[in-house]
Design a protein around this ligand. Structure first.
Ligand SMILES: Nc1ncnc2c1ncn2[C@@H]1O[C@H](COP(=O)(O)OP(=O)(O)OP(=O)(O)O)[C@@H](O)[C@H]1O
Ligand SMILES: [Mg+2]
Length: 195
């Protein structure tokens, strides 16, 4: 299965989600993460520490991808319409992460409109970095996205992810009191994908 993460807005947890979904899939079969972002955030994450799967650059991908059962592709924010069309066409599932903030939700709805205009329906929305109540909550965002394909599980905001990125590890290897709660949320997303 090929899974791509994309968003018009930056900083909505594409890379964090790509890393942790690749962690999840690596428990079930050989998994490759393709770093399609010129910022090389996923590559940097891997180089700072160790991850349980291989990370390659977009230009290396053709050599490697056929040898893997699962491929996760991280992409740069702000794809143009042609980029989006190619992204949607090049995967089995396009995951659109968004935070619950109004600006991110606006950008997400634009992405959805663009995908619908392209006739693409293989996408699902993932709510990420959900702050604790009483800020704009996951539930309010969920209501606003009513009728659109949305993962049941959302990803809450936990400091453990920042530590994971800094240390170059998956969140479950970080010393933090919430590390396993955080990991369970991505495991639930993985289960929803495989269902
Ligand atoms: N669930 C979370 N809780 C707390 N912080 C998070 C969470 N997910 C991601 N972050 C942090 O939010 C920031 C943005 O995350 P990330 O780099 O994964 O987003 P991105 O969409 O890939 O960004 P870009 O568009 O720049 O590539 C990072 O500092 C990351 O550590
Ligand atoms: Mg990124």
């Amino acid at each position: 299965m090929i899974i791509t993460l994309a968003s018009f807005k930056g900083g909505v947890a594409k890379t964090t989600s790509a890393i942790h979904l690749a962690c999840y899939f690596s428990k079930y079969g050989s998994t490759l993460l393709i770093d399609g972002d010129p910022n090389r955030s996923a590559t940097g994450w891997c180089k700072r520490g160790a991850l349980p799967f291989k990370v390659v650059d977009l230009m290396q991908a053709p050599m490697h991808s056929r040898n893997y059962e699962h491929v996760v592709i991280d992409t740069a924010a702000r794809p143009n319409r042609e980029d989006l069309e190619a992204l949607a066409d090049g995967c089995n599932l396009l995951i659109l992460p968004t935070t619950p903030e109004a600006l991110a939700m606006d950008a997400l709805l634009q992405t959805v409109d663009a995908l619908e205009a392209l006739g693409s329906s293989r996408y699902r929305i993932l709510l990420t970095i959900i702050p604790p109540a009483p800020r704009q909550t996951g539930q309010q965002a969920r209501d606003a996205l009513n009728g659109l394909p949305l993962f049941q599980q959302g990803i809450r905001r936990f400091a453990a992810y920042e530590k994971a990125a800094l240390e170059g590890k998956p969140v479950y290897e970080v010393k933090d009191r919430n590390h396993m709660i955080a990991w369970r949320e991505y495991q639930d997303i993985g289960k929803e994908i495989l269902k």
